[in-house]
Design a protein around this ligand. Sequence first.
Ligand code: ADP
Length: 693
Amino acid sequence: MGEPGASPTLILLVDDQALVGESVRRMLAREVDLCLHYCPDSRDALRMARELRPALILQDLVMPDIDGLALVKQYRSDPATRETPVVVLSVREDPQTKRDAFAAGANDYLVKLPDAMELIARVRYHSKSFLAHRQRDVAFRALRESQQQLMASNTSLNVLNQKLADATRAKSEFLANMSHEIRTPMNGVLGMAALLADTALDDEQRDCVDTVRTSAEALLGIINDILDFSKIEAGKMDLETGPFDLESCIEDVLEILAPKVAEKGIDLGCIEGSDVPRFIQGDVTRLRQIILNLVGNAVKFTAKGEVCLDVSVEQDSGSNFAAGGSLNLHFAVRDTGIGIPADRLQHLCKPFSQVDRSTTREYGGTGLGLAICHRLAELMGGRLWVESELGLGSTFHFTICAQRCVQDPEPRYSAPALNGRRLLLVEDNATARSWIENRASEWGLICISVAAGGEALSRLLGGERFDALLLDQQLPDIEIRKLLEAFRRLPGLTGVPIVLLSAVRTRGVENDFETLGVRSVAFKPLRRRQLLTALCRALGLEAPERRLASGSEINRGLASVRSLRILVADDSPVNQKVTASMLKRMGFTPKIVGNGAEALAAVRAEEFDLVFLDVQMPVMDGYEASRQICLSLPKARRPWLVALTANALQGDRELCLDAGMDDYVTKPVRPRELEEAICRCVTRLKDSDSKAA
Ligand code: ADP
């Protein structure tokens, strides 16, 4: 029986005897799923079979007009009936006839008239297997079709992919060009503004120049963000790796933000776990970028309270660090600012996303910073996440996988002379207090800390003795002058040096408070070295050696090398002026030329120690000039070649170095960067001098 509702199976009977037709009809009459069609005329048989497409043909052998065997052959050669099962019905029983029927293409042979049960069984067997075959063929065809469709869409996907790759390349090229085009005039704007700021200006003029500078810096920040972001998107952000001082990296960031922090009257501090290594391997610039962005945001969105950077080692991550392995560092930037609504938290790291439009109006920004930090943290083997409560503050966390530094780390600043001395610390901010306590214990000081001026006074009145006092300038309970005056009246404090901790970096703060017993001032956010120097100075001890040269030191160092012969090749008159003026201010007298060919000619005619080469110049570009200079002069007589270029994309540095240059400085160039490049050149010159000697 067929399934209810399924269409009946069609059977075609071809027989010229109406009696046979009627008998078969009766035999099948009760099989409701079988539908019999009868064809008495052999001339109509093929046409009917084609139209009906039966699941089985019952074929008489002996017929007028067309013989049954000939018809079977016709079914077999017609595409419409080629596969249709044919069961021959014949009165003849001899094997010869049966063999002929099978040879012509019949599937079965029944002697007329067969038993009804047998007929039905055979009809069902053949028609079912035919229908199953047909179904399988349909499925197979559909499969082949979808395979072909898949192949076709694969091909178009490949074409699309290619187009996308082309578009990405075009976008990168466009960005590189735009970056170059924007950087070049920005060099003029920033350079000139910096030079102008160093001249005598009245307040209004200074204000204008400062606005020009901060606006230009902001614009440059946006350009850098967009460039970084597109580099990350294109998978072209390669991290550098080298040893660096983690503590200095953090202190640098805090120092950059110090003026803003002081202006807002909030506290900014850092707590480092005692197991956090000071030196690690990695990309210091990118790490600084993440910290600066997160701490910068925290400061931006905090009106009162504090911002604190907490650095720790993730548990169980650094077991083999000492043996040359790696560990996971966890940075957490906590603030007491405006906070972020819960429903916005997961969107924050998407590019161009800000909490709401009013954020942009009130605080500015592109909404790219976090997206970049997020990706940078991932590139450094870590992750970034946020916790926040609206109105209470936010904590931005990120981790990085830090490699052990291969070179021997320098010892931390030590100060044996401080050992065992008693220090009274008066500081209301818990973060700053704990940071100072940690440093003090490293230096062997015995540090007693209190959170308020009143508490300090009562300890001193109680007769406690100290070798030095470390005093926050802004205490909640008492005005600093009043406190200092109270101290002066204490006989036990006579001669005890006082170090003031000040958040405001104004010149001459020391002098303001000198008469009140203040011996030295350390500015917040505190740096380890600076605090140590301030303490040593107050106690009349020798301060430890400075580790890294500061800007003023570079200047002092440069005084001995003012005779350095410098050549600048740049085609833009504005940029020539900027570079030349900066160098002149440092005390140099550079020679200026307008393209690579002129630079080459100058270097061949005269001796130079240092050549700054713009990269894109008419006649001969910087790369070619560098190659030619390298070819025409032996290494010992060759000047130190520095690319000075607005090409700031990945790979540009490598191109310059490949062309034979020794160093690379990007535009807009800052005096400090120029100084550092000169310092690297001087170090090299000294090295080769000492080797020659
Ligand atoms: P932007 O340049 O706009 O600051 P970011 O990607 O750094 O871009 O930050 C995106 C947005 O996240 C900010 O506009 C702000 O709405 C929110 N945000 C980031 N940091 C903080 C924070 N510490 N407190 C409150 N909101 C923050």
